[in-house]
Write a protein that binds this ligand. Structure first.
Ligand SMILES: Cc1cc2nc3c(=O)[nH]c(=O)nc-3n(C[C@H](O)[C@H](O)[C@H](O)COP(=O)(O)O)c2cc1C
Length: 299
């Protein structure tokens, strides 16, 4: 099956909107845009995906929350966010007032299916929201911490109920660890998903060097212990996931993982992505996504 054709220099129609280029900022790495506005021309981008929003504010995990290694980065932020009310009253109005061309997708997270529905319902009347991205890679407290994307029935219920709760498109963001990501994507689409984002981070763990601790007691490098791996090592994983989802469904795919160059963007487009998102590379170099958008636009 095929998605939207993407050609360098041409705008892209997706999710009932038009993106001036395929470059988005990935969820959790750009806050709500405002944090970056002094350093980045957000309106030069295709758009941004907000930090994941939960019904209540979340303080997140203890520090350190990020650790670098040769293949990229390990993070355990713990989905820190100000909660849906603050997002509705402060963050989305700021984005509406300050963006003219870049599109906004709101990432949604929760501990229960009801949490996701609550956030989607609360934010659906804000015209600046082009689509919701459902972050399915987080623990479902009703099922002992299993991820929402890992159980077919929970996935169907979650996507179906969010779809019903809003006139806006919903996009399911899947983890790279799913045993058959094409099959899971198909289930999400059958339940009403209008798009699929692949991939989220891979689970990982790193300890401090042995030299900095006793031989039997190496502390973990992150305050939370384990975390999610992002950055260059995800590139081939995300490109393959994109191809598998493209083959299994006809909806637009947002390709994410390890993008650092226009060549990396082209890898995802070749695999069938309609849009791409940049996370870790933009943390180190906030103007990189803007440069890629500009280079992509030149064709
Ligand atoms: C510091 C950090 C925070 C993140 N927070 C979120 C988040 O709140 N929600 C989400 O769906 N993904 C989150 N992600 C995952 C990214 O959106 C992206 O899927 C992943 O990092 C792979 O892309 P990259 O290799 O370009 O970073 C986070 C990633 C990082 C590095």
């Amino acid at each position: 099956m095929s998605g939207t054709d993407v050609h360098a220099g041409e705008p892209i129609a997706a999710f009932g909107s038009t993106f001036q280029n395929p470059i988005l900022l990935a969820s959790g790495t750009a806050g709500f845009g405002r944090e970056l506005a002094d350093a980045v021309d957000l309106d030069a981008l295709g758009g941004l995906i907000t930090k994941s929003v939960s019904p209540e504010p979340r303080v997140g995990h203890p520090t350190p929350r990020v650790a670098e290694f040769a293949g990229g980065m390990l993070n355990a932020i713990g989905l820190a966010n100000p909660g849906v009310e603050a997002v509705a009253r402060q963050e989305l109005p700021w984005l509406a007032a300050n963006l003219a061309r870049a599109r906004v997708l709101v990432s949604v997270v929760g501990a229960t299916v009801d949490d996701y529905v609550t956030v989607v319902r609360r934010l659906s009347d804000q015209p600046v929201v082009v689509a919701f991205e459902l972050n399915l890679s987080c623990p479902n407290t009703a099922r002992g911490g299993e991820h929402f994307g890992a159980n077919d029935d929970v996935l169907r219920e979650l996507v179906g109920r969010c779809r019903e709760a809003s006139a806006r498109p919903v996009v399911a963001k899947l983890a790279p660890t799913l045993s058959d990501i094409g099959r899971t994507a198909r289930i999400a689409v059958e339940a009403g998903a209008d798009g699929i984002t692949v991939v989220n981070t891979m689970p990982g763990l790193l300890f401090e060097d042995a030299a900095s601790a006793g031989p039997d007691r190496w502390p973990a490098r992150l305050g939370a212990g384990n975390g999610g791996v992002s950055g260059p090592m995800l590139l081939p994983i995300g490109v393959l996931a994109t191809q598998r989802v493209r083959e299994a469904t006809a909806v637009p795919v947002i390709g994410v993982g390890g993008i650092r160059s226009v060549g990396d963007v082209a890898q995802y487009v070749r695999a069938g992505a309609t849009l791409v998102a940049i996370g870790t590379a933009g943390l180190a170099d906030p103007r990189l996504p803007e440069r890629l958008a500009e280079r992509w636009g030149r064709g």
